[in-house]
Design a protein around this ligand. Sequence first.
Ligand code: KIV
Length: 276
Amino acid sequence: MDKVTVPLIREKKVGTPTAVGTPTAGGKISAVTAYDYPFAKIIDEAGIDIILVGDSVGVVVAGEENTLSVTMDQMIYHTRMVSRAVKRGLVVGDMPFLSYQTSMEETIRNAGRFLKEGGAAAVKLEGGASVADRIEALTNYDIPVVAHIGLTPQSIHRMGGYKIQGRNERQARRLLADAKTLESAGAFAIVLECIPMGLAKEITHTIHIPTIGIGAGPDCDGQILVLHDLLGLSPGTRKFVRRYADFTTLAQEALLRFKSDVESGKFPAPEEGFKE
Ligand code: KIV
């Protein structure tokens, strides 16, 4: 199994010229979020290409209402756990709210921490043209960046909730222009979250870096899901989430069996104890 690298992800874009000059055939990019060692190991062994330590940790692990309270120290803690487990996939650390907005210096220092302390290979940050200068600087300092446009959860208060973006012509043109700007700034991939499928297709066919969709239809170069949504560990359903398993029921059944075995004296059995 070859290690997934930033150039390898770039080359997954259909038609990308390679070092020997032949355009690649592409191949869809799989991406999933992870926040801890055991799940990161399972995800990596399943051969998922990109493992994003998302700031969604604040919601799906910490039980917060949104991602805004997540701190740099929390992100580094989770990124280290994930990096320790991952042998093949590309670990990307998600820059939390206010870790790249205040100044260029803080942006570089915080992004650098993901690589230096967290063991990530790249960072992701949310926003359109307004973050292009950040992406350009990070790329110049060899910190690869994944951009993220459309529904950007850190902008929840501006958006007035988790709403599909790019539904009217003006918004759609702006998202397309943002995607081009972020590509020019040096992003090596771009997450498109909750935008109409037609717009995601147009962006994917216009820019030369891979698009990774979440709620953006089938035409993106790759797809990402939040692990807890995919495994049935988070409450509620969103239209674009496919639940591949029901871990909540599995865990409840196991715990009920344990409780009943403890109460009836069936656990532990003699062979589950020590003689001396
Ligand atoms: O934080 C996160 O999990 C994300 C993905 C939804 C792309 O940003």
